[in-house]
Every structure is written in C-alpha cells, then in structure tokens.
Design a protein around this ligand. Structure first.
Ligand SMILES: [Zn+2]
Length: 321
C-alpha cells in the first residue's frame, strides 16, 4: 500500500487533478523501480535453498542415483565436495578444491589411526577494482555420523551459496570475496583450520572471516540471530544490516565452530547462528531427525538477507589502509 496525495487535499480544478494523477503515477513508478532494483528475490532464494538442502540430506539424489543419509564418511564427503564443485562451476564461478592431510596430534597415532584427510571447496569472487583485501565467508558441509544434518549445516551451506550468487551479480565489489565450504568441522574444525593455515601461508590480507552454522530453527518466530564472538567492527556491521531488516541480534561468546579457526590465527572473525545460547535452537541437533522438513525456510532466507546485506556493505566500503 502506498500513500496518496489526492485523498488528503481538496482538488482545486481539473488541471490540478490531472497534475496530481500524474504525480501519483510518478510515485508508484518510483516504488516499482525500487522493488525491481533489489536483486534479492525471496521466493527464488527459498526455492534454491530448499532444493540444495534436499540434495544434501538425501531427499533428492545428489548425483544420479546417489542419496546421502549423512555427510560423514570419506565417500559421503567426497560426493558433497563434488556436488558443490559442479554447482559452483555451473553458476559461473572458478572453483578450487583444497585437499589437506592433517596428522594426529601424537605422530605415533598415525600408525594406528588414519591422519585426517579431506577437501575444502572454494571460489574467489574477485573485486572489480584494484585491492588486496579479502573477505572470507564459509560454512561446513560435513555432518555427524548418522545425521542427515539439514540444520547442521546444510542451512549454512545454502546460505553461503545464495550470498555468493548475489556477490557474483554485484556491479561493484571493492574487495575480493573467498567463498568456502569446509570439510570436517565435526572433527574439531580440521577442515577450517587447514584452510586458515593455507591463507596465512599465502599471506592474504584478510579483512574478516564470517562463518554460518545452523540457521534453520526459529520456534518462537522472533527471527533472532546470534553473533558469535564478533569484533567490535563486525558487530556494528551486522547491527547496521539488521536494522534495515528488522532482525533482532544477540551476542554470544560461542567458539565451537569454524570462525574459531580464523580467530585463532589472529584474523577478525564472526560466527552466525540461530538462538543456540538463547534457547531456540533445533532439538534435532546431531540426530537422525535433523531432516530437511524441520528447516524453517523463512528464517533461513532472512538470515541469508542479513549476511548479504553485511557483505554488500563490505563490498561498497573502500579500503582504508
Ligand atoms: Zn555445525
């Protein structure tokens, strides 16, 4: 609904009336334009997220006749890495696989237990202007054994994926964006830690690292999202983004997910999640019942909008140093 001038004032003459009709038409045209210039199409995002979550959780085949009941064994994780690789490639990204091998803490144990081996899948959405700054946005794709991991963390994967598409389509990017899907978060952050070491070795200038984990539960319907251990700057960034969207935010000190891998190496980092500390988080956590139909797709879409809005601000902020 929009506000109409003609209802509020006396119409002086036919000429005046015509002028007001024209003015009204002009106002409505502007409103239509404003809607069209918003590239974030909610229905489309939700449809794509639902489909991705169904493929990641075995409701739909991830490839030909392959249905996943979890994303935990080396074979299952290989299927997911392949799926993410192919999807990104099809959507026009230049995709890379980061294979890692991490020994057990006590080297002798390698003789009895296999070292950790896995694959992070990533792409870099390049800046449209010269800069050496990178923003990292990631989510883990593995799940606990025996759990389809819809909430944990097919939701985070589909969130990051949709934000990547928005970034790809942005006319201006003042920073590079590393989009990464981590392996083996459930094994004490093995995948994200390996990735953090890799970017440190490369000497990349990382503005900040953002990770999304469990964003599909909102039983109390308040739409609230938790910011895990944000720096002051990142907290302010998300609050600016949330204000425009009417999303309540809570700050927590939770470190038990991928953002910790980056903070540990000294990078500014933040985690995003549903109300894990504030008591409105999925009751299906790490269970066989963490299925696609338990996901709140509206909440997920709003969380996606929030992260996109934060990334959009970062993309539009010129490099300071
Ligand atoms: Zn998780």
């Amino acid at each position: 609904m929009f506000w109409s001038i003609t209802k509020l004032i006396q119409i002086p003459s036919n000429t005046g009336k015509m002028a007001l009709i024209v003015l009204n038409l002009f106002i409505s045209a502007q409103q239509v334009n404003a809607q069209q210039s918003d590239s974030f199409l909610e229905e489309e995002v939700t449809r794509a997220q639902r489909q991705m979550i169904q493929k990641l959780t075995g409701v739909e085949a991830i490839r030909e006749e392959v249905y996943l009941s979890a994303r935990s064994t080396p074979e299952e994780r290989r299927e997911v890495a392949g799926f993410l690789y192919r999807s990104l490639e099809k959507d026009g990204f230049t995709v890379q696989k980061h294979h890692y091998k991490v020994s057990n803490k006590i080297p002798l144990l390698d003789l009895f237990f296999n070292p950790f081996m896995g694959t992070n899948v990533y792409t870099i959405v390049p800046a449209t202007v010269p800069t050496d700054e990178y923003v990292l946005l990631g989510a883990h794709y593995d799940s606990e054994p025996g759990s389809p991991g819809a909430n944990d963390n097919a939701t985070g994967v589909s969130l990051v994926y949709q934000v990547a598409l928005q970034l790809r389509d942005a006319a201006y990017r003042g920073k590079h964006f590393i989009i990464v899907f981590f392996d083996q978060e459930e094994d004490n952050l093995v995948g994200s830690k390996a990735f953090a070491r890799k970017i440190m070795k490369e000497g990349k200038h990382i503005h900040s690292a953002h990770t999304a984990d469990m964003l599909g539960w909102d039983a109390d319907q308040d739409g609230a999202i938790e910011l895990e251990y944000p720096t002051r700057e990142l907290k302010a960034l998300y609050h600016r983004a949330a204000q425009g969207l009417g999303i309540p935010l809570h700050e927590t000190q939770v470190t038990s997910t991928d953002h910790e891998a980056f903070r540990e190496l000294g990078y500014p980092a933040i985690g995003l999640t549903e109300e894990y500390v504030n008591g409105d988080s999925t009751p299906h956590y790490h269970k066989a019942t963490d299925t696609a139909e338990t996901v709140d797709y509206i909440f997920l879409m709003n969380a996606t909008r929030l992260v996109w809005s934060a990334m959009e601000q970062l993309a539009q902020t010129p490099q300071i140093n």
